[in-house]
Write a protein that binds this ligand. Structure first.
Ligand SMILES: [Zn+2]
Length: 419
């Protein structure tokens, strides 16, 4: 059974007053997405629990049928997409370059991205940080790895560290006071050994933050940015700690050959751990200007030698995080006309039979810009899927679909045709 799963990240929403109680999915013109619902059947998929993290790692893992406990935070997955292998016992953290403002004794987070610093500049800073503070040297060794723009990786080497430290995602605490937001112990650790490791980890992370201020302050990259009036990379900000996840791969679970197409490191890395081939598409940006057509063509091409292709499009989530309703609707229409249509038409032209499913990983209501917990609307069509009476795709219609609410791995089993 061939299968294409299309994820419109964060595209489901809640009724919006300015849309007369409708949602962006209800308002957007999306004939191809509606066609999947009309020709197939619909339902809801529970991807986020009522408690616990509501992040994209948990949500995309849930779509693929992995339980919430599989997620170890985003850093280990991003590491996989960067080609960094996290060994058993090691802890990986996202390492942002951030811009701080105010008095050094009472710094605040000005932005989480060091003014969207370029990868070229960031690479020089991360290299210097690794030379001075990292390189796997010392009693509690760490290594810095360069990623993209402000998004980098810190690995706590050896087995001295614990992921049980409470860290804060800097983008959620803009203008927050640094002193209150630095890594600390998580509550509820009872094991004394685990407690000692968590204490050592929190202390080491705070120490690295402090030392990063010194390394970065007089760095030529920052001096040049200061001269140009750009935001500096004042410090590192470490968050989302996790160990290497233990995951049975999709090939092992379902005897399929899967592939993933995404612009987002987290999703590509998750694909690596799930045993999917990562297919890179030029011009895939993760924003509304992404190369939709390129992704659609790549998905069709990948189907020749894969059983399942997971096509992830980030744009609708980004539009929601920017609280931009018009852009969110436009992103859904782009997804429809520039990706779903090409895939549906392409399958016909190629005379290929495949199950095609469409869903978001989680809702991102555009009025709050934060991930929601409602089950997500899903439609699926293709061989062996009888049409139900639902004729279009949105939150309300999917809730009335014949599939009801799918939990656990029922969605992925249906999508790939597993028993
Ligand atoms: Zn997401």
């Amino acid at each position: 059974m061939k299968s294409i799963i299309i994820i419109g990240d964060g595209m489901s929403d809640v009724p919006i007053a300015s849309l007369n109680g409708r949602t962006p999915l209800m308002v957007a013109h999306k004939p191809s997405i509606d066609r999947i619902a009309r020709e197939g059947c619909s339902g809801l998929v529970r991807t986020i629990g009522e408690t616990g993290p509501a992040d994209s790692a948990v949500a995309n893992l849930a779509v693929l049928g992995y339980p919430v406990a599989t997620s170890q935070g985003r850093a280990v997955f991003e590491a996989a997409s960067m080609g960094v292998d996290i060994k058993d016992g090691e802890v990986a953290l996202r390492c942002n370059l951030v811009c701080l403002s105010g008095d050094p004794v009472d710094y605040r987070i000005r932005n989480h991205s060091a003014g969207h610093i370029s990868t070229e500049e960031a690479a020089q800073l991360i290299r210097s940080l690794d030379e001075v503070l990292g390189g796997g040297k010392g009693k509690r060794p760490v290594t810095f790895h360069t990623g993209i723009s402000y998004r980098h990786l810190l690995v706590l080497n050896g087995d001295w560290a614990s992921p049980k430290v409470a860290c804060t995602p800097p983008h959620d605490y803009l203008d927050g006071r640094v002193a209150e937001l630095l890594p600390k112990l998580t509550d509820g650790i009872t094991d004394p050994k685990e407690m000692a490791a968590a204490e050592a980890t929190a202390m080491r992370l705070v120490d690295l933050y402090r030392r990063s201020l010194q390394v970065l302050k007089s760095h030529p990259v920052n001096v040049a940015r200061r001269v140009k009036g750009l935001d500096e990379a004042t410090a590192i900000w470490t968050w989302s700690p996790g160990r290497r996840p233990a995951m049975e791969t999709l090939p092992e679970r379902f005897d399929i050959k899967p592939a993933v197409i995404s612009a987002v490191d987290l999703i590509m890395g998750l694909g690596v751990y799930a045993g999917m081939d990562v297919i890179k598409v030029e011009g895939a940006t993760g924003l509304h200007d992404t190369n939709y057509e390129g992704k659609a063509e790549a998905a069709l091409a990948a189907l020749a030698d894969h059983d399942m292709v997971y096509v992830h499009v980030e744009a609708s989530d980004e539009a929601s995080h920017s609280l931009d309703l018009d852009l969110k609707i436009k992103c859904i229409e782009y997804l429809d006309q520039r990706l779903v249509k090409i895939i549906l038409d392409g399958l016909e032209t190629l005379n290929l039979e495949a199950r095609v499913s469409i869903l978001p990983d989680h809702p991102t209501p555009v009025e709050t810009g934060k991930h929601g917990r409602d089950p997500v609307p899903m439609a699926i069509s293709g061989p062996g899927i009888p049409a139900d009476r639902i004729t279009g795709y949105d939150e309300r219609q999917a809730a009335a679909g014949s599939l009801g609410t799918l939990e656990g791995d029922s969605f992925i089993r249906l999508a790939v045709g597993a028993k």
